[in-house]
Design a protein around this ligand. Structure first.
Ligand SMILES: [Zn+2]
Length: 158
């Protein structure tokens, strides 16, 4: 295992390591801080493209919104490279709060927020597609469904 992989494994449980990595990338891009980046016209252009792609609609609940959320903070996403725009998603303020903070009132660690978002998106997809898990459901769908333990819901088990 190389040093880089080891460093990730050693650091993965340290809170907010991803935010520090992000700030390091932004420094290399010439921004002193994340708030400074968010104030730039450069970011405004990226944000506008994401909102237009999503029709200014929260991708979880469908409310109109002007807020977007980063699912990754790698260089290309922060640079707004087209192929990486899928890593930024439109969310309303309520859903964004649930993803980033939630009931605890404390900001979640990056991967916790990502896991919560994935679960919310999957639940929305489930509601829309009305997927039902039964003996005829293909195994990949069952596994996908069981991924975050959402198989508990009675609505999905008939
Ligand atoms: Zn929402």
């Amino acid at each position: 295992m190389n040093k880089y992989c080891q460093a990730i494994i050693d650091n993965r449980h340290k809170p907010f390591v991803m935010y520090r990595l992000r700030d390091g990338i932004l420094k290399k891009m010439g921004y002193e801080s994340y708030p400074e980046y968010l104030k730039s016209d450069f970011w405004l252009d990226i944000k506008t493209r994401v909102l237009e792609r999503d029709d200014h609609i929260c991708q979880i609940c469908g409310s109109p919104t002007t807020i977007v959320h980063h699912r990754r903070y790698d260089l290309r996403t922060l640079q707004g490279i087209k192929s990486h725009l899928k890593k930024i998603i439109s969310l309303c303020s309520t859903c964004h709060y649930d993803v980033e903070i939630g009931k605890s009132g404390n900001k979640r660690e990056f991967w916790d927020a990502e896991r919560i978002l994935d679960e919310m998106l999957w639940k929305r997809e489930l509601r829309e597609s009305r997927i039902r898990i039964n003996s005829k459901t293909p195994l990949p769908e069952v596994l996908r469904f069981a991924r975050w333990g959402t198989i508990k819901g009675k609505h999905a088990l008939d």
